[in-house]
Unconditional design. Sequence first.
Length: 197
Amino acid sequence: MRNPLLDHSSPKELADLGQVIETEEKLQNFSRLAGVVDGDLASLPGAEVPREWRQAPVKIRLRFNWIDAGRRLPAVEGRISARIPAVCQRCLGTMELACDEELKFLLVAPGESAAAAGAADDFEIWELDEATIRPLDILEEALIMAMPLSALHGPGEGCDAPADVGPAVSGETNRPFAGLRSQISGRDDGEETGGSG
């Protein structure tokens, strides 16, 4: 059975069809994203790598359409959600990134002017490298862009206890230059005393 996520089509063809894709794929089907995750998890001891992470579900809903009456501006709208395994950069333990991205892209083919897209203020411009697209590539790029540069556990998820605790309050005030002041004033006194004698 053909998979519309993998078919190469022009955005105009998809908009003409009003193509709707609602499905669930496995994370392993997003090869670039799976490579990023694999590289991140490689830093963990083997026993700590989540089992069957490649089978994690990615939920997809896409709808291609025209956003102008003249049928010049093809667009895609939808949502993609997944729980992507990662390594917390604070505690170096495993965690899951909850990615839930709303997609609103105006698909601009090579050689076409993005200026025509001024009418679509609430859409992001997605400039295509080729005349055809594979919907899975757009989804994969959107997920990769949604990932943080440094994954960290959120509040209450395990490794953030030191961050939740306020700084220790001490009765003493830390004044790093207080000693320097007394040394300078002491030296000044000595210099003045020495100069007057």
